[in-house]
Design a protein around this ligand. Structure first.
Ligand SMILES: Cc1cc2nc3c(=O)[nH]c(=O)nc-3n(C[C@H](O)[C@H](O)[C@H](O)COP(=O)(O)O)c2cc1C
Ligand code: SF4
Length: 420
């Protein structure tokens, strides 16, 4: 559905997208006679959930854009992809960028936006080259710009590169950055669908979310629902990393067994390595033990049942060599560095967690400091402008709950008994 051109000659090109996988037929179908309401309804019926982390229903989100309002509206493709462990949007843009652009044309029509932006981290130069080439190809072929497919609908698309901050992936932080301001999140409501970019109605969708849309339009909501589960329909891109034989990006139906993702797609653990822990959905997802991975399926519900998250689809397989204390240290350090500092629980909380971890690392901390990690984290959740504070607190609480013995051993022995 998403990686349709993967492996074809010139997989990223307009020619391949049009000639091999019927690219831009969905945009033609929509602009050739579907109403905005029909497009939104089809996406709603498909049950497509956002692939950026929160899993919110895409069609429902589009329906929040006021219909009777005049003046500009905007569509933004959130291609920032800064969650540690996630690299699926990059792979998608390098493999099949035109499906993202086609999804944007359809989404823009559905919400009544004549202008769109793709927002990418500046560091991702290879991805940027592919995207900008695809946008140029689309303009040259008349697939972007004025009067698309003779429908009278205009859609202009620009590519924007952010300087590289995790917080610019959060939708209101992204919008501020796009406006040329500091990339700092804003209090919601108002939600961007009502007041976003330049205070105008704006929809922010993840890259993979948008790439699902052409397939849904071409094949229908019912066909989409043949894949995945009742509450998590469709397929999902997973970026799976760790000591594996074939780490990479794989598209599988939601609800796919974790054991198959690990052992079939990713080729299993490298010889001699065993699974110690799993981070199923990026650095902000609570960690799972091997026992919790038994019978685990890759969907929103199964993750929620285990008090963790599917997140952005970044599956990090932790093997027996990894010190959990050191992993927790780099995780906290990342969030402390990326906190924008507006909210006290986040700014101070991530800083204190980082200080405590420094003490564990150099063995100056007291044994009760491990429990203190948990109590600081418990006071950081649900009290801030954006979810970055929770994104730090949630994994910390899970490490303290599930690996406190190892954290204690590290504090006592300096290495937790791990060979490097
Ligand atoms: C700190 C933080 C970072 C985020 N980073 C990203 C990101 O890199 N890409 C993304 O699509 N969504 C990211 N999100 C989620 C976005 O705010 C937003 O929910 C998402 O882009 C909506 O798209 P979707 O409905 O298609 O999933 C982030 C959220 C937070 C709190
Ligand atoms: S939670 Fe953290 S990152 Fe988010 S707005 Fe507050 S201080 Fe900034």
């Amino acid at each position: 559905m998403i990686l349709q051109t993967e492996g074809l000659p010139d997989q990223h090109s307009l020619k391949t997208y049009v000639e091999k996988v019927n690219g831009y037929t969905a945009a033609r179908k929509v602009l050739g006679g579907m109403s905005r309401e029909q497009v939104i309804e089809e996406v709603k019926q498909a049950g497509l959930r956002g692939r950026g982390g929160a899993g919110f229903l895409t069609g429902l989100k589009w329906s929040f854009v006021p219909k009777d309002i005049t003046g500009p509206k905007y569509l933004i493709c959130n291609n920032d992809e800064s969650e540690p462990g996630t690299f699926k949007d990059r792979y998608l843009c390098i493999t099949n960028p035109h499906q993202v652009i086609e999804g944007m044309i359809i989404a823009a029509y559905a919400i009544g936006a004549n202008k769109g932006y793709i927002y990418t981290r500046w560091e991702y130069q290879e991805e940027i080259r592919y995207l900008e080439n695809a946008i140029k190809e689309a303009y040259d072929a008349g697939l972007l710009g004025k009067n698309l497919f003779g429908s009278g609908f205009d859609f202009d698309l620009d590519h924007y590169t952010g300087a590289g901050a995790y917080i610019c992936g959060e939708e209101t932080g992204l919008i501020s950055s796009l406006e040329g301001k500091k990339g700092q999140p804003k209090v919601k409501p108002p939600f961007p669908a009502v007041s976003g970019y330049l205070s105008r109605p704006t929809i922010v969708n993840n890259t993979e979310t948008l790439a699902n849309v052409p397939w849904i339009i071409n094949n229908g909501a019912k066909a989409f629902r043949q894949f995945g589960t009742e509450k998590s329909p469709g397929t999902k891109l997973f970026s799976i990393s760790g000591a594996l034989n074939k780490p990479g990006v794989y598209e599988v139906p939601l609800g796919y067994p974790f054991a198959s993702l690990l052992n079939i797609e990713a080729g299993g653990m490298q010889p001699g390595r065993t699974l110690k822990a799993l981070i199923p959905g990026g650095a902000s997802a609570p960690v799972l033990t091997p026992a919790e991975c038994e019978g685990l399926t890759m969907d929103f519900e199964a993750m929620a049942q285990r008090n963790t998250m599917l997140g952005s689809g970044a599956v990090m397989v932790i093997d027996d060599r990894q010190s959990m204390a050191e992993l927790l240290k780099v995780t906290i350090e990342f969030f402390a560095h990326e906190s924008c500092g507006q909210c006290t629980p986040c700014r101070e909380g991530t800083g204190w967690l980082n200080n405590i971890m420094d003490g564990i690392m150099d063995r100056s901390a007291k044994p009760d400091n491990i429990a203190r990690l948990g109590s600081v984290a418990r006071n950081m959740g649900g009290k801030t402008i954006c979810a970055l504070s929770d994104a730090c607190a949630m994994p910390v609480m899970s490490y303290v709950q599930k690996f406190s013995g190892e954290l204690q051993a590290y504090l006592a022995a300096g290495s937790g008994g791990h060979s490097k």
